[in-house]
Design a protein around this ligand. Sequence first.
Ligand SMILES: N[C@@H](CCC(=O)N[C@@H](CS)C(=O)NCC(=O)O)C(=O)O
Length: 220
Amino acid sequence: MSDFQLYCFAQSGNAYRAALMLNLIGAKWEPIWADFFAAGVQRTPEYRTDVNEMGEVPVLVHGGKKLTQSGVILTYLANQSGKFKPQGEDEELQALRWIIFDNQKVNGFLGPFRFLKNFAKPAGDPAVMAFLQGRAQGNLAIVNKRLTGRQYLVSDKPTIADISMTGYLYYPAEEFGFDIAKDYPAIGAWLKRMQALPGWKHPYDLMPGYPFGTSGYRNH
Ligand SMILES: N[C@@H](CCC(=O)N[C@@H](CS)C(=O)NCC(=O)O)C(=O)O
C-alpha cells in the first residue's frame, strides 16, 4: 500500500512538480490517472466535490489529508521529509518568491501555450499564442539570468523552488516550437543538474497518460 496518492496525468507540468518531488524524496506513492482530455473529469461535479473544488491536478492524498496547488504540496512534502527544504527564513522567502513567479509567469504562461499548441481543438488564436510565447520567453530569460553563475535558484543545493521551476521544461522542444535548454544555456545546464538527482524521471515516464489518449507510460 502506498503512503501517498497523486492525481495527475503525463502532459501536466503542474502535476509533474509533485510527482518529481515524491520520486526524489523516495516516497512510496502511486498515481491516480485523471483523464482531463477525453473525459474532462476535472469539470464534473463529482471531481469538484470529492477531489478538488478548484478543478485541477495535482492533488496529493496522504492518509486523511488532501492537498492541492503544487507549491503547497511541495512545501508539505519538504516538511514531511526534510528534503529539498529551504533553510532558514531568508531561503524560505526566496523559495516562495520563485515558486510564485514560476506559477504565474514562467510555467504559468508556458503551460497554456503548450496546451493550445498541441492539444486544444481548435488550436489557439495566433495573437494569443504570440502573447503567451512572448511572455514565457521573456520570463525564461529572467530565470536564465538568475541561474547564470549559480547552481540552483535559492541556495547552493536544490530546493522545492527548483523542483517547481522544472514544471514544463523537460517536455520535448517540438511541443513548444523552440528549444528551452539550447536557447537559455544556464537553464539548460541547471536542467542537467536536476536530471542527475537520484530518482529523477521524465514526466512521460513518471505519470500515466502517454501516449496521449491512453493511461500508459513512455518507458514502462
Ligand atoms: N497553480 C496550480 C496550477 C494547476 C493547474 O492549472 N493544473 C492544470 C493541469 S496542467 C489543470 O488542472 N487544469 C484544469 C482546468 O483548468 O480546467 C498548481 O501549481 O498546482
